[in-house]
Design a protein around this ligand. Structure first.
Ligand SMILES: [Ca+2]
Ligand SMILES: [Ca+2]
Length: 311
């Protein structure tokens, strides 16, 4: 990252010297592809969900009344797409709709030169071409979770135990200068309950105990991302990159809350046993485990069985 920042500063400096003024500088232009899969079982391969195309432009300066567009220069029929202002004029992004096939993506976004046009603001009336990648897919295996044990793990995941997920490693595109592997787990409301950045050589990750909710459905997303840099972005001082994202999601269902987790904290451990015994010896109603409200040795044995079985 430090090298990256240093490089950008150097590029800005070069551009300023070139123009002899403090006009804004296009820093990066980017074309990218995103491919999503869904995995539903251990034996079936992940199913393609969709492809998407996106492009991005960043600057070092806030634009005034700026409009930025991207379009393939090779196609007159293709309408130019407006880049959406993400953060007040520093980053503009366009994300396509999604497509069912790679060829459908190529119809709308053919390989070749793309024209980024900027109108208005300090960067007004500039345009430059940036060559799109000639190959859409990079040669890697489809990211896949839990080879061989997917169904058993999803059927009996205990949120109060660490959960190990295994998956295929990524094979990066030729010339990739930056690559990341990440994992994100979202609960049924879409809230992220666990995320991790992983080495690109990773083939497994351990979700710590108690990060997931008991008795809930979760979506796990594994994402591989790679960047290939191109020094000639068309804009003076700018750099270009192609970004590739591949992700696979699967569903993880955790077991309902467990009676052996007597205190409701940190899953099933020795403290639950001690807390239960305290309750049992004091004949607390909380120690009742069967249909008879009296606190008896039956309740104790039921609890001990659950505790040793960890539910
Ligand atoms: Ca507990
Ligand atoms: Ca009882």
């Amino acid at each position: 990252m430090l090298m990256c920042c240093g490089r950008r500063i150097a590029l800005v400096g070069a551009a300023l010297a070139c123009h002899g003024s403090a006009l804004g500088v296009i820093q990066t232009v980017e074309l990218g592809y995103q491919i999503r899969y869904q995995q539903t079982g251990a034996t079936t391969p992940p199913v393609l969900q969709n492809y998407a195309f996106f492009s991005q432009l960043t600057s070092d300066n806030e634009f005034d009344a700026l409009q930025a567009f991207v379009r393939p220069t090779a196609s007159t029929a293709f309408p130019q797409r407006e880049l959406i202002d993400l953060d007040g004029g520093l980053t503009y992004e366009f994300v396509s709709g999604t497509y069912a096939t790679e060829s459908a993506v190529r119809t709308d976004f053919p390989a070749g030169n793309y024209q980024f046009s900027v109108a208005g603001g300090t960067l007004g009336n500039r345009s430059a071409n940036f060559s799109g990648p000639t190959t859409l897919l990079w040669p890697t295996l489809v990211p896949r979770f839990l080879s061989g044990t997917y169904t058993t793990i999803t059927a009996g995941v205990r949120s109060y135990d660490p959960i190990t997920l295994t998956f295929n490693s990524a094979t990066l595109p030729a010339g990739a200068t930056l690559a990341t592997t990440s994992l994100e787990v979202r609960d049924a409301s879409g809230f992220t309950v666990y995320s991790a950045s992983l080495p690109n050589t990773a083939t497994s990750v351990v979700i710590p105990a108690n990060d997931l909710d008991a008795g809930n459905e979760h979506t796990v997303e594994l994402r591989f991302e790679a960047v290939v840099n191109f020094p000639g972005a068309g804009f003076v001082g700018g750099s270009g990159m192609h970004r590739f994202r591949r992700s696979t999601t699967c569903t993880l269902i955790t077991l309902p809350p467990c009676q052996a987790d007597f205190n409701g904290l940190d899953g099933v451990d020795l403290f639950d046993l001690f807390d239960y015994l305290n309750a049992w010896f004091s004949s607390s109603p909380a120690a009742n485990m069967d249909t008879f409200s009296s606190i008896s040795t039956t309740d104790l044995f039921i609890f001990l069985n659950l505790w040793f079985a960890r539910c």
